[in-house]
Write a protein that binds this ligand. Structure first.
Ligand code: 4AD
Ligand code: MG
Length: 430
């Protein structure tokens, strides 16, 4: 019977078949130890001369890395095995040979590996990261679906900018039009929230970021909830609940993967509500006390965010930034109109901003003013302005970048390992 490695625990003592690939192999005279993988996990298969006969035993001598194999044998519990189980091989069939596999157990440079990303994802560590990513995405979907948010997809081809005009990717749209790849579904989300109440979109977003940092991709996945009749506090409450729920679920269901990538679980276990809520003004004070040369008025850079996040054992929510450094669509704080009613959630351990959100500008005249100040073409935003003409309400939401969250939860140096095929300034292949 075909069994996936992750389910082997329920088949101890039975004759089973694993369909996978040879990950690694070592031999000691009369025994071959074959490490198999099938996408769900890794397991050691023990092949003895006595068990399979001379001929098959000899053939297995030449099996090379990534040969695809179908192995039949008896599943056995073994305390010493990493997954807790092993297989005693009775039969092995080669499906596809593999010669000179380019990624060997020795160390390779990152560029070498990224050029072979289509193969690199077979390795144990990359495999574990992608499974954690999957869990995070499912946790996000469940979180919103259970709470009654409606998934309303937003377009990828758009006629205008949402997050500044300097990071747009243009695309020729038939003969005479330019479309831009979306930077954020937010503006459409706002319209959808006026129709459906609470909504979210979840898809790829694009930024022509010329910055070569460990946090930036040119194509990344963002989940964006938006709520009608909501203020900044509601937005912060939702962001906090989402992050707590994701971390809890990954600890619950992906312990094995987190262990494989040697993540310090105690760091994740302290991610509990409430998260500290710190105003931008207070954050600037903290940075100055810590001796950073930060001046009030600017957006935080990576070193600033790192210093801030290091003050806490859980994510910190920084709110009310200077309006001048934030999006045109944010509502100003009525008490201090030079501040925006926004929030950035900074992950612990120096992982920086994972969420950006705000209460939106619901007032028609103010919005028209802002569009002018930002030199945005009003014609392109007429539909968006309509939302303020026909029954405007206080509303707000945020965007959370999946790759940044995966990097943080997995404890990775760089976002390039958080997505199967990363797109960066100098990386479009494979
Ligand atoms: O802060 P940002 O730019 O906010 C927006 O796009 C809002 N319109 C979202 C909203 O309110 N609906 O981006 C949100 C998040 C960031 O906090 C970060 O996690 C991620 O998107 N992000 C990136 N991730 C990877 N590479 C990049 N170049 C990213 N730019 C933003
Ligand atoms: Mg931001």
């Amino acid at each position: 019977m075909h069994v996936y490695i992750e389910d082997i625990g329920t088949h101890v003592g039975e004759q089973i078949t694993i369909k996978g690939w040879l990950h690694n192999r070592r031999s000691s005279g009369k025994i071959h130890f074959l490490i198999l993988r099938d996408g769900t996990g890794f397991i050691q298969a023990v092949m003895s001369k006595a068990g399979v006969g001379d001929e098959m035993f000899k053939a297995a001598d030449h099996l090379s890395q990534e040969t695809s194999v179908v192995v039949t044998g008896t599943a056995r519990a073994d305390q010493r095995a990493p997954g807790g189980y092993e297989i005693d091989v009775a039969e092995l069939e080669v499906i596809g040979e593999s010669h000179d596999y380019p990624i060997t157990p020795k160390e390779h440079g990152v560029d070498y590996l990224l050029d072979r990303r289509h193969l690199w994802i077979r390795s144990e560590r990359q495999h574990a990261i992608l499974r954690v990513r999957h869990e995070i995405i499912n946790a996000v979907r469940d979180f919103f679906n259970v709470r009654g948010f409606i998934l309303a997809d937003t377009p990828i081809f758009t006629p205008a900018a949402c997050e500044g005009t300097t990071t747009l990717f243009p695309a020729q749209y038939f003969e005479d039009q330019t479309a831009y790849l979306t930077q954020s579904g937010q503006l459409y989300n706002e319209a959808n929230a006026m129709a459906l109440g609470r909504v979210y979109c979840f898809g790829p977003t694009f930024r022509a970021e010329k910055s070569k940092t460990r946090r930036h991709l040119t194509e990344f996945w963002m989940v964006e909830p938006e709520m009608a009749y909501a203020d900044l506090n509601d937005v912060m409450d939702l962001a906090e609940a989402l992050v707590v729920s994701i971390v809890g679920r990954v600890i619950d269901r992906r312990r094995r993967e987190l262990k494989a990538i040697e993540r310090d679980l105690s760091k994740l276990e302290s991610v509990k509500a409430p998260f500290p809520r710190v105003s931008y003004d207070e954050a600037v004070k903290i940075l100055k006390e810590k001796g950073l040369p930060f001046e009030w008025g600017g957006d935080f850079g990576a070193p600033d965010e790192t210093t801030l996040s290091e003050q806490y054992d859980r994510p910190v929510m920084v709110h009310r930034y200077p309006a001048a450094v934030k999006g045109f669509y944010m509502k100003p704080d009525p008490a201090h109109p030079n501040l925006a009613l926004n929030v950035d959630v900074l992950a612990p351990e120096g992982y920086g901003e994972i969420i950006g959100g705000s209460e939106r500008l619901a007032d028609l005249d103010l919005l028209l003013e802002r569009i002018k100040e930002h030199h945005l073409p009003q014609e392109a935003f007429e539909w968006y302005i309509d939302l303020r003409r026909y029954g405007t309400v206080p509303h707000g939401g945020f965007g959370m970048g999946i790759e940044r969250v995966v990097a943080w939860i997995c404890g990775l140096e760089h976002v390039r390992e958080t997505i199967p095929y990363p797109r960066m300034l100098y990386r479009l292949y494979p």
